[in-house]
Design a protein around this ligand. Structure first.
Ligand code: PMV
Length: 320
């Protein structure tokens, strides 16, 4: 009745922001991501008859409130599928800052969904586990798959697009500031869809950017991928900026990195940025240019650290 799992975070190259169905947590636009080797969550789940309620230990500290409620909601679905009522002890640790726009929910819920189904003895394939993870966090649906993964608009589960070896790339994560983000993605997207006059335009144009990014991955075309990626993130953030009140995740260092990426490009280096619901900037580049781009990012005032990532593998069960 126990299992230990490692799942990797992912960064969307073509973003999703907004729900088609909030109840079922289905996304309004398609998204495409790269799973990252260096950002990982390790989660252990043990069902235990002696527990009166689910327990959560997050990064070494017992955790209650909303994080535990979200864990219990996923475990309830697993218990329902397995026809049991036993409560579980969940121990989970990230090797990167939690809730700072680094998609800890993606690797976190992917790891929890896989560990809980394995511990309960449910024979779900990765697609089935992806659907379970998606109900908790849509971006988590993509983290079950290594390499490139897609989650179509309104889809129950993510799908594999290509393994990482198909198109070797480096994602440099420039950490600009640490600390929990102000507005979580769930609240942020609800606020945007309710109040931003630009939200309908985002929903209309995002599928085209997804198609461009998808085609560029299959054709191994970095400039075409990078162009779609930057437009996707800027359009998503434009929809947030136009909300009332406007939602602004950027800090001065984020802008410095963005300008540096464009300066690198003007000098002939293929590097492209993307940002999520937090101040960090992620920069996509070719392996041969990674060293140079990393140095340039570290020179930007306000960048505290750069985490160099390549494509990561599928979420998987480990011993121990
Ligand atoms: O599903 P969530 O709550 O993790 O939201 C993810 C939203 C973005 O990271 C901004 C975009 C994305 O597609 O991952």
């Amino acid at each position: 009745m126990q299992a230990k799992v490692i799942a990797h975070s992912n960064i969307a190259l073509a973003k999703y922001w907004g729900k088609l169905d909030s109840e079922r947590n289905l996304t309004a636009v398609p998204s495409l991501s790269l799973t990252l080797d260096a950002l990982r969550t390790t989660t252990h789940v043990q069902f235990d008859e002696s527990l009166a309620s689910d327990e959560l230990v997050l990064d070494g500290r017992p955790s209650a409130g909303r994080p535990r409620e979200r864990v219990t909601r996923l475990l309830d679905r697993v218990r329902e599928l397995a026809g049991m009522q036993t409560r579980a002890r969940v121990t989970t640790a990230n090797d990167f800052p939690t809730a700072a726009g680094l998609a800890s929910s993606a690797s976190g819920f992917a790891a929890l969904a896989l560990a809980a189904t394995r511990a309960a003895g449910l024979p779900l394939d990765l697609g089935g586990v992806s659907a379970l993870a998606r109900a908790s966090s849509a971006s988590a649906a993509r983290s079950l798959f290594g390499g490139f993964a897609a989650l179509r608009a309104g889809a129950e589960q993510a799908e594999r697009v290509a393994p990482g070896e198909h198109f070797p790339l480096v994602m440099l994560v420039a950490l600009t500031a640490t600390g929990p983000k102000d507005v979580g993605s769930t609240d942020g997207m609800q606020h945007t869809s309710r109040t931003s006059p630009y939200y309908p335009a985002w929903v209309e144009h995002a599928p085209r950017l997804f198609e461009q990014a998808h085609g560029a991955v299959l054709e191994r075309d970095l400039p075409r991928l990078g162009e779609a990626m930057e437009q996707s993130t800027l359009m998503m953030h434009a929809s947030m900026l136009a909300a009332a009140p406007g939602l602004l995740y950027w800090v001065p260092a984020s802008l410095r990195v963005i300008h540096e990426v464009r300066a690198l490009r003007a000098r002939g280096t293929a590097a492209y940025f993307t940002m999520d619901a937090g101040p960090h900037v992620k920069v996509l580049t070719a392996p041969a240019d990674a060293e140079r781009v990393e140095r340039a990012l570290l020179d930007c005032d306000g960048v505290e650290r750069v985490v160099r990532c390549q494509a990561g593998p599928d979420a998987r069960e480990v011993q121990g």
